[in-house]
Design a protein around this ligand. Structure first.
Ligand code: PLP
Length: 400
């Protein structure tokens, strides 16, 4: 990963007057001095020309180059949201009559897309427990095209066995698509054979909870296919990244490694304190996490185990009472999303996973009282722990 960060750093785009940052290229359309070149560009005979920003834009291209260097892929394309990244990727890879095998512990929005929208397009999705590789194999049909998983699942923080999934997809001639939103820099799915890696940049990549955006990373051919003027799912459905957002993200990538490290350090510190205090905490950096070893086998050195942890409060009422207490004592903010500099807390069973019916939530062991914490890095860690401990002790410890 050190080398990848260096490669990313060495990609330099200068401003028009030699500025240390590139200009934001806001033009929606570009001039052709020779009209014949426009025709050749449309027909894909001329490379390197910008035509129209739904197809390509210099600021979006610059962000894509830096992101691909970091994610270890040939190319990357910024899009308007994480959901756009997932939907357009799968639109490109799967057609009516075909089938996807997806992890059942995934973000509620992705679950709803697969469960409710894809069948309307004639695409079937089987949800399986990705921990169980033989169940994955059994779910594969002659029509299956894609295995879809999150690296670290939302909200259960289950680590996907990317090595195992990759050998299954190779044996069956499938594509492995990985949503790496929870594990930027921690894990590089392309190293284990992922064909396409997507992120909601709304989260850690942005880091400031001030925008919605996404990115798709993969082979040069696949990324080019997304913007093909006749058959590209991004080109033809249009959820492109705005040039101003691309510019912001381009700059923020430089401090992503520092931020991820700081999130992980804070989360590891708090998780250890919580565990020692008897809090039912779940964090991949703790030896008690069932996939601590698996994550250790997959992760890049130097970035820890990420900023996400969960505390099981058994009922949603108690989770919300604890969150209210922790919000009042300034430990964190009760809000969905993650990857912000401050701690964000939410109760997935009644928010980001509420699209998943209760019965299925139970089957996947999603406790109604799960409190998901995206640990921020601002503030003094001891003070943060004292705030958590006092809130927890006051509300929950005696009643457990
Ligand atoms: N993937 C994961 C793992 C998420 O948690 C989310 C949103 O929470 C998304 C994708 C969707 O991202 P966006 O809100 O940027 O569309």
């Amino acid at each position: 990963m050190k080398q990848r960060i260096q490669n990313m750093r060495d990609i330099q785009h200068f401003g028009e007057e030699g500025g240390v940052v590139p200009v934001i290229d806001v033009a929606s359309t570009s001039t052709f001095l020779n009209p014949a070149d426009m025709e050749r560009t449309f027909h894909g005979e001329l490379e390197g020309c910008y035509l129209y920003s739904r197809h390509s834009n210099p600021s979006v291209t610059a962000f894509g180059k830096k992101f691909a260097a970091l994610e270890g892929t040939e190319a990357a394309l910024g899009v308007s949201s994480g959901m756009a990244a997932i939907a357009t990727t799968l639109d490109q890879l799967v057609s009516a009559g075909e089938h996807i095998v997806a992890s059942r512990t995934i973000y509620g929005g992705t679950y709803a897309l697969f469960k409710n929208l894809f069948p309307r397009r004639g695409i079937r999705v089987s949800f399986v427990d990705m921990d169980d590789l033989s169940a994955v194999e059994r779910a594969i049909l002659p029509e299956t095209k894609v295995l879809f998983t999150e690296t670290l699942s939302n909200p259960l923080l289950r680590m996907a066995d990317l090595k195992g999934l990759s050998s299954i997809k190779n044996r069956n001639g499938l594509k492995l698509v990985v949503d790496n939103t929870f594990a930027p820099l921690l894990v590089t799915p392309a190293d284990f054979g992922a064909d396409v890696v997507i992120h909601s940049c709304t989260k850690y990549i942005s880091g400031a909870s001030d925008m919605i955006s996404g990115v798709i990373a993969g082979s040069r051919d696949f990324i080019a296919s997304l913007i093909d003027i006749n058959s590209g799912s991004v080109m033809l459905t249009g959820p492109v990244m705005d040039a101003k957002i691309a510019h912001e993200l381009y700059l923020r990538l430089d401090h992503l490694p520092i931020r991820v490290e700081a999130h992980s350090r804070a989360a590891q510190f708090l998780a250890e304190k919580m565990e020692a205090h008897g809090v039912p905490v779940f964090y991949p950096g703790l030896k008690s996490h069932p996939q601590h070893r698996l994550m250790s086998d997959h992760r890049n050195e130097g970035f820890g185990f990420g900023g996400m942890l969960t505390v099981d409060c058994v009922t949603s009422k108690r989770a919300m009472e604890l969150a209210t207490e922790l919000q009042n004592n300034k430990f964190g903010l009760y809000a969905v999303s993650l990857g912000f500099s401050r701690t964000l807390m939410s109760c997935p069973s009644v928010s980001t996973s509420s699209e998943i019916p209760e019965k299925e939530q139970r089957e996947m062991n999603l406790s109604p009282g799960l409190l998901r914490l995206s640990i921020g890095f601002t503030g003094d860690l001891e003070t943060q722990w004292q705030r958590f401990q006092s809130g927890y002790d006051r509300l929950l410890k005696e009643t457990r």
